[in-house]
Design a protein around this ligand. Structure first.
Ligand code: UDP
Length: 413
């Protein structure tokens, strides 16, 4: 439970958006919905399920959230799948497939009664995808929700995953570029943020200052920040390279903050690589944060002059949305879902290299008025496109579409 009600959101998004949600949900009242993913905290999917499940319940559906439990071999395998789906080379030995299928089968024993009875099952990402095959007496509609950039997947990994997801009733991708040839409806739904969560709610100036003081960050220099899991696709080392390229005429400091997710075993190794890259530069602050650091992340984003998200691949990038919601321009990698959000020259800049990032940081830091203008445009862009009510409306529409027997193969709701 988040403790927040629909009425609280009405104050942010307005009455018409809320009444539209109530109308859509009316026809689905009492429908049972189960979401399954692979971690309760850390990463964007957990961030979304934290508000989506309680809000579906408040709208009269009966929603719940299950998490796949696995050992190290399982999460090493699913992380390798994840990297393969985002384009990395992977041999995919039988031992990996066995580690994956055995763990999902163990989880299926526990979840089967709930899943087979549910009216709608949303399976998030590849980790739980095999569950469908293990629930032969399912009654409801099953939807595979892909949050990652699968536009150029490693073919072996994709072909294996395709054999698992083809039997779903539909799949959801965050943008059209990610859609794959599948013989069922594919729906495009962009993610969103909860504007009232601890991560995104307003904070007092005093709280922001005290968070900075606790982390030993001064306000004397402009603050450039990247918040991300320590993952090579987020390119934290590339951010440090860009920072090193700023010449001495630009005075700034860099904060790289992030932590792990229980389904991401590579975080510790990548954090060491980042520590090595940052060595010797006392203008860089590295923060390895515990998973419940939502308010601290909120304060860091609000204290930032510019937010960076220099990813090399990105399903969506909720950190970009979070920063824009706080009125910050974002310098983002020219990839995946960042392109849906960073509207080049308006809400920030899209960059392809550390050199490009350095150029744009330098340019922006010299124009405080532009920082302000871009930040205001960014906030408006999120308000119009990436708040949770739009996201929820699209999920409800899809569920109603299933109830009414939708057939088309690529649908934008
Ligand atoms: N996040 C967090 N703690 C961290 C790093 C990230 O709470 O140490 C949050 C971040 O604020 C965002 C989400 O995790 O809400 C990351 O989502 P995103 O889509 O940016 O990337 P993902 O981690 O899902 O690839």
């Amino acid at each position: 439970m988040t403790g927040r009600t629909l009425l609280d959101y009405q104050a942010v998004v307005g009455e018409p958006a809320m009444s539209q949600l109530r109308q859509l949900a009316h026809e689905l009242a009492g429908a049972t919905v189960v979401h399954v993913n692979s971690t309760r905290e850390g990463g964007g999917v957990a961030e979304i399920l934290n508000w989506l499940v309680p809000l579906m319940n408040e709208l009269g559906l009966i929603a719940s959230w299950e998490v796949i439990e696995g050992n190290e071999a399982f999460f090493n395998t699913t992380k390798a799948f994840h990297n393969g789906l985002q384009g990395n080379a992977l041999a995919l030995p039988q031992s990996m497939i066995d580690a994956y299928e055995e763990t999902v089968a163990t989880n299926a024993e526990r979840m089967r009664p709930l899943l087979e009875e549910a009216d709608f099952v949303f399976i998030h990402d590849p980790q739980p995808a095999f569950l469908l095959e293990l629930c032969p007496y399912r009654k409801g509609r099953w939807i595979w929700r892909c949050h990652i950039d699968v536009s150029h997947p490693n073919r072996k990994v994709w072909n294996y995953l395709k054999s698992k997801v083809s039997a779903y009733d539909s799949s959801i991708f965050s943008m059209p570029d990610f859609a794959q040839p599948l013989n069922h409806p594919q729906v495009i739904v962009a993610p969103s943020i909860d504007p009232l969560s601890e991560k995104n709610r307003e904070l007092s100036a005093a709280e922001i200052d005290s968070t900075l003081a606790r982390f030993g960050i001064s306000r004397d220099l402009p603050i450039l920040t990247q918040i991300s899991r320590f993952d090579r696709f987020k390119d934290p080392v590339g951010v440090i390279e860009a920072f090193a390229m700023l010449n001495s005429s630009v005075d700034a400091q860099l904060v790289l903050a992030g932590g792990g997710a229980t389904d991401d075993p590579e975080g510790a190794v990548v954090f060491e690589e980042v520590q090595d890259a940052a060595k010797g530069d006392d203008r860089i602050t590295l923060l390895n944060l515990p998973p419940d650091s939502h308010r601290d992340i909120n304060a860091l984003q609000r204290a930032s002059t510019i937010v960076i998200q220099k990813s090399l691949q990105e399903g969506f990038g909720l950190t970009v949305t979070e920063a824009m919601w706080k009125g910050k321009p974002v310098i983002g990698g020219n990839v995946g879902g960042i392109r849906l959000q960073v509207y080049n020259h308006h809400t920030g800049y899209l960059v392809n290299t550390p050199e490009g990032a350095a150029l744009r940081i330098r340019e922006l830091l010299r124009q405080p008025e532009k920082i302000h203008q871009m930040g205001a445009t960014a906030k408006k862009f999120v308000t119009d496109n990436f708040l949770l009510t739009r996201h929820l409306r699209e999920y409800l529409t899809l569920m109603l579409g299933h109830r009414r027997g939708m057939k088309d193969h690529l649908i934008a709701v």
